[in-house]
Design a protein around this ligand. Structure first.
Ligand code: ADP
Ligand code: MG
Ligand code: MG
Length: 333
């Protein structure tokens, strides 16, 4: 379903740019094939590459540049983004795969408010804003998990959730995502799911930390995403102001006060799987008409027993009705 477009432009080293854009998804109404990509600034750094803001014609885009050593995640991320397109997933605009100068670029829509972790560190939320963020976030997860081609993200965390405006979250970074190609009974074929621990230790589910998960079962991968999603939900809830007198505590990553920095899977295993600790619940949630419901959903999503966890679909079904109960008039940032 993807069209091919050949750009006759050159990069700063005089190398030809070869760009391929999805059919019907141009950069914008004034999009012109001849337009050059103008790099504006660095917006993110990962383990293997960098993300930059750029301009094509009048439109801002983001470019994720992969190192040639990371072609595997480039190919995987590209394949997943082509397969799964939704308003609550970061949108792919095109890519550049130029073997001549090892250019491996994913071109995506630009998210002006950056990642959710940085956003929550610097902003508190009103209840309506919080509910919209929770609902758009979980809708992205839900769509990813849905038929006909379910996908497990495997690295859900607030750094991989981007924000297009103050109430809209979009899931991003599909470098580790896994197509759940399963046969009868939900069994994944052997090559599809090698039994290795992937993701970010801080957000790993107890069964991943313990090495006891059923890698061959498609559902097992989605339950891991649900556990990580519950930690994202906790971060959003933690930074929500429940009423005028409520003093919102400072932002923390999940378990940051127990283990700051960059915890190893071993440290996280002791905390999450052995001691069975979970992030702190704020005392005023239990007495609040909306947040008590969210708190129940949260604790049912991070259950130590993976089979007792809610599905992303159930979480979504519980959050959407809460949206209509809350008046939107008090939104402010
Ligand atoms: P990595 O695989 O290296 O973790 P990500 O895709 O997660 O790369 O991007 C790293 C960071 O770059 C994100 O946490 C975010 O801050 C920023 N970023 C990535 N894509 C965009 C985008 N489309 N718009 C704005 N910021 C982005
Ligand atoms: Mg990332
Ligand atoms: Mg990544």
């Amino acid at each position: 379903p993807f069209g091919v477009w050949e750009n006759r432009g050159e990069d700063e080293d005089g190398m030809p740019l070869v760009a391929k854009f999805p059919n019907g998804k141009p950069f914008g109404p004034q999009y012109d094939n001849e337009e050059e990509i103008e790099i504006i600034r660095d917006i993110g750094h990962g383990r293997y590459g960098q993300v930059q803001q750029a301009k094509v014609g009048d439109n801002f885009i983001a470019i994720k540049k992969f190192s040639p050593y990371d072609r595997h995640s480039f190919t995987n991320e590209l394949m997943i983004m082509k397969e799964k397109q939704d308003t609550n997933l970061l949108c792919l605009l095109g890519y550049i795969d130029n073997p001549v100068n090892n250019q491996l670029w994913l071109l995506t829509e630009y998210m002006p408010l950056g990642n959710m972790s940085e956003y929550l560190r610097t902003h508190t939320l009103t209840i309506p804003q919080s509910l919209h963020l929770l609902s758009t976030f979980i809708s992205g997860v839900c769509y990813l998990h849905s038929e006909p081609q379910p996908v497990a993200h495997r690295d859900i965390k607030t750094r991989n959730v981007l924000m297009s405006d103050h109430r809209t979250a979009k899931l991003a970074d599909f470098g580790l995502a896994l197509l759940l190609d399963y046969g009868p009974g939900g069994a994944l074929n052997e090559k599809a799911a090698p039994p290795t621990q992937v993701g970010t230790a801080r957000y790993m589910a107890p069964e991943v930390l313990e090495g006891s998960m059923f890698y061959r079962e498609a559902e097992a991968h989605m339950r891991i995403d649900v556990y990580a999603s519950s930690l994202v939900m906790w971060e959003v809830m933690w930074r929500t102001q429940l009423d005028q007198r409520d003093i919102v505590p400072p932002y923390f990553l999940p378990f940051e006060r127990q283990i700051p920095g960059n915890p190893s899977a071993c440290e996280m295993q002791a905390l999450v799987a052995v001691e069975k600790q979970r992030p702190e619940l704020r005392p005023n949630w239990a007495n609040h008409s909306v947040f008590n419901k969210l708190e129940i959903t949260l604790t049912e999503s991070w259950d130590n027993d993976e089979n007792a966890r809610l599905s992303s679909k159930t979480i979504q079904a519980r959050i959407i009705p809460l949206l209509s109960n809350e008046s939107d008039s008090e939104v402010s940032v």
